[in-house]
Design a protein around this ligand. Structure first.
Ligand SMILES: Cc1cc2nc3c(=O)[nH]c(=O)nc-3n(C[C@H](O)[C@H](O)[C@H](O)COP(=O)(O)OP(=O)(O)OC[C@H]3O[C@@H](n4cnc5c(N)ncnc54)[C@H](O)[C@@H]3O)c2cc1C
Length: 393
């Protein structure tokens, strides 16, 4: 079980100043004293997790569909509508792959003037991919970033988070999901190392008070389980997670598992997508649609519908279920470059503001709750849970 973390891994995970190993146990070479070198200790810059550093609390709903993402094509009068919505907690993660499927369908009839309805993760990536394939694109949307739901996501690569129920994960859906996931993953590699760090890899530590839950699946629920597809279908994409040896981490007597995650710094990333779309000649019109009949006013014959949770009201799609999620945003701490998960709370070290989020012990947390009213006590609890790791260690 024991594994020594390499120097580069430590530096990458802990940020530039987090360090190498304590030298306890080091003897002096020579003079007949035997040299002993203790294993390196993982030292992490403590997170400044105090409730007075919460700068904002945001709430939004994940657009979950039990049967998964909607990507079919519908004829509506003279308009062809390609749906691209219902990505649950995976909208950013799957965006490039899902949108590339929608774009192929939209351009299949030869149209080159295409409307995209919506300017969140799915609308923006659809619009950019349409442009790259030679289309002229106008985005029509009620709200633009940063005032879209997508701006309120945690910002992690989570391609199978609340994407569908296990019972609906048919072989056909699994194939579609794998295609979306692999395409997105590859595309995200093009955003590494750019100014503003829109995308980066980080180390994360899953911390537990007991050894068993380090390897246990999320707590069971009487309701049907959500599909977990990453391990089965794309386990080759990310490095394997590993246990951190007891005593070689800063979390006292707790048990720790380290994994690698891809993180999206959404402020920089969304701005980059918007800037690319506009500099490619894209147009944006602010418009709200109350029913699909309103699309008859648009000049374009082919539309990609990327309205996310908005599709529930717009298309009367009651299969879209809201899954509430609240982020407590903390003042940025650039020297902290690692994530944490402890007692049902996730911490993400986003450069555009730390993210503390109660996510519970299974994916039903916030299920069917469309309230977007911030809950200050939930935010305080999330921050205080992460603080425990540093106060008592
Ligand atoms: C707390 C939380 C954390 C999350 N964390 C992650 C994560 O770490 N990684 C990840 O991959 N995903 C995450 N998600 C999920 C992700 O945020 C969503 O799947 C994604 O934002 C959906 O994007 P979208 O483009 O479909 O919708 P939206 O971002 O909601 O965009 C919809 C667009 O359509 C427009 N629109 C809607 N209705 C109308 C209408 N009637 N007329 C005109 N315009 C309309 C809106 O104005 C907007 O421009 C998280 C979600 C939540 C709530």
């Amino acid at each position: 079980m024991e594994r020594r973390l390499g120097r580069r891994e430590l530096l990458r995970g802990a940020g530039a100043v987090a360090l190498l190993g304590a030298m306890h146990g080091c003897g002096v070479a020579g003079m007949g004293v035997k040299r002993q070198v203790a294993p390196p200790t993982l030292q992490l810059v403590p997170v400044r997790a105090t409730t007075d550093r919460i700068s904002r609390i945001t709430v939004c709903t994940r657009p979950f569909r039990a049967e998964g993402t909607r990507l079919d094509v519908e004829q509506f009068g003279t308009k062809v509508i390609v749906h691209n919505y219902g990505h649950g907690g995976s909208g950013w993660s799957l965006s490039w792959g899902s949108s590339s499927i929608a774009v192929r369908k939209a351009m299949a009839g030869g149209e080159r003037d295409i409307a995209v309805i919506g300017c969140g993760a799915l609308g923006l990536t659809s619009a950019l991919l349409l442009q790259r394939a030679g289309s002229r694109v106008t985005i029509y949307a009620k709200d633009l970033p940063p005032n879209v739901r997508s701006s309120l996501a945690s910002g992690l690569w989570t391609p199978d988070s609340r994407i569908c129920l296990e019972e609906n994960a048919t072989p056909a859906f699994k194939q579609l999901w794998e295609q979306m996931t692999r395409t997105s993953f590859l595309t995200y590699q093009n955003f590494l190392g750019l100014p503003g760090t829109p995308v980066e890899f980080i180390d994360s530590y899953f911390v537990s008070d007991d050894a068993q839950s380090l390897h246990r699946r999320p707590q069971p629920d009487a309701r049907p389980p959500f599909a977990e597809l990453q391990r089965e279908l794309v386990s080759d994409l990310m490095p394997k997670s590993v246990d951190v040896a007891p005593g070689s981490h800063p979390f006292g007597a707790r048990f720790v598992r380290q994994n690698t995650q891809m993180m999206f710094n959404l402020a920089a990333y969304q701005r980059l997508l918007m800037a690319d779309f506009l500099s490619n000649g894209g147009k944006i019109e602010i418009a709200e649609f109350h029913s699909p009949n309103d699309f008859t006013k648009l000049r374009e014959k082919t539309l990609i519908n990327a309205t996310g949770y908005g599709a529930r009201a717009l298309f009367g799609d009651e299969s879209l279920i809201p899954v509430r999620g609240q982020l407590a945003r903390g003042i940025p701490q650039p020297e902290v470059g690692y994530g944490l998960f402890y007692k049902g709370v996730s911490f993400v070290p986003r450069r555009d503001g730390l993210v503390f989020q109660a996510v519970g012990n299974n994916d039903y947390y916030g299920f069917n709750d469309d309230s977007v009213v911030p809950d200050r006590s939930e935010a305080d609890r999330a921050v205080n849970t992460i603080a425990e790791l540093f106060n008592s260690a």
